[in-house]
Design a protein around this ligand. Structure first.
Ligand code: FMN
Length: 353
């Protein structure tokens, strides 16, 4: 059942090792400026994103909704995001569109003044799957209305689908289906831990998406999450798949370069500090996205979420001072140095332009 799965994901993400083996942010460095010539009090880290103003270039990337306990998490995230002035993405809303009694676990965020609200629906559900009809435009509109969303994230999660027992494995026609939704409402294409490559970003741009959340490799691995679920259910083949694909994907920093096709990029995937967001912005993103980092604080309280967000912002501003960047535009132009395994990836990929 989908509700049970969502509760499992939270439990596993809090209690098991679900990290990709490598965190590629360790291979990205910013050049220290010994004379930054900037006053910390004057650093402006606000941004415009999808027509909204955020106090800092930070987005809480999709976590949850749709089961007992999700309302508390989403309320804490929304209150923290509203207080810190950052964006908030909700977890997949399909269950609540199909079972209206679950809608309050998402709707509750409307009680808070969150500057940017991002809805969430899975791309595999936009096309017909075995015994399941396609989830059409009306369902997406309902998802948007449910939370007064500013934009809908359509998540791409075929890595997870191959490892989960209830996986939706038909991927034919997904791009067209995303294009159909993008004609009706603002859409963001979002990966969930395996990253976006240039050709996919270009295809999606031509279909009218307004931006990307690259959701790259280096943080939470959904193959790992599903591995743990499979192990607990003695699903040998799925556990094997989960183990084999644990580190599958495109490293987040590289995915930012790949997805840079002229649309705003949220960089999610393995960001642990505000310094990581600064690195992501220097590589071309407009904001850093954090998912699992905020899960434990969200289990606790809105104060804990706000505290963590403020620490991330303090770290980000520290990096801005040390690189002489008075605002986010300037931060995007700070030089970065790529080393180690990521530099090997970069040389092998030879991104164009
Ligand atoms: C518990 C949990 C549930 C998630 N559920 C969703 C989801 O419903 N929809 C989605 O697009 N991404 C979902 N994600 C993926 C994240 O948004 C993000 O892309 C991924 O976790 C990588 O970021 P991280 O390394 O900061 O955790 C989920 C992540 C976590 C940790």
């Amino acid at each position: 059942m989908v509700f049970e799965r969502k509760a499992d994901h939270i439990d596993i993400c809090l209690n098991k090792d679900v990290n990709a083996s490598q965190n590629y942010w360790n291979n990205v460095h910013m050049l220290h400026k010994a004379l930054p010539e900037v006053d910390m009090d004057e650093i402006d880290c606000s941004i415009e994103l999808f027509g909204k103003t955020l106090a800092a270039p930070i987005v809480i990337s999709a976590i949850t909704g749709g089961f007992d306990g999700a309302e508390k998490i989403n309320r804490n995230l929304a209150e923290g995001a509203a207080r810190a002035g950052v964006g908030l993405g909700l977890g997949s809303q399909r269950a609540a569109v199909e079972h209206n009694e679950l809608a309050p676990t998402y709707e509750c965020i409307k009680d808070y003044d969150v500057p940017l609200v991002i809805g969430n629906i899975g791309a595999p559900q936009l096309i017909e799957q075995k015994n399941k009809p396609a989830f059409g435009t009306d369902g997406c509109k309902r998802a948007m209305e449910m939370i007064d969303a500013d934009i809908l994230a359509i998540h791409l999660n075929y890595l997870q689908e191959i490892v989960q027992p209830e996986g939706d494995l038909n991927a034919n026609g997904c791009l067209e289906a995303i294009g159909d939704i993008a004609k009706e409402m603002p859409v963001l294409a979002k990966e969930t831990g395996a990253g976006l490559s240039r050709d996919i970003a270009q295809d999606l741009r031509l279909k009218g998406v307004k931006g990307f959340d690259v959701g790259g490799l280096g943080g939470t691995s959904f193959s790992a999450v599903e591995y743990h679920r499979a192990m607990s259910k003695n699903e040998e083949t799925l556990a094997r798949l989960g183990e084999t694909f644990w580190n599958w994907g495109i490293p987040t920093p590289l995915s930012i370069l790949e997805a840079d096709v002229g649309l705003p990029i949220i960089a999610t995937g393995g960001l642990n500090t505000g310094l990581d967001a600064a690195k992501a912005i220097s590589l071309g993103a407009i904001a850093g996205g954090y998912s699992r980092k905020l899960l434990a604080p969200a289990m606790e309280s809105a104060d804990a979420v706000e505290k963590e967000l403020n620490m991330l912002i303090a770290e980000l501003k520290g990096a801005m001072l040390l690189t002489g960047a008075a605002n986010v535009d300037a931060l995007q132009n700070v030089p970065v140095i790529v080393t180690g395994i990521l530099s090997e990836w970069l040389n092998a990929m030879e991104p164009e332009g």
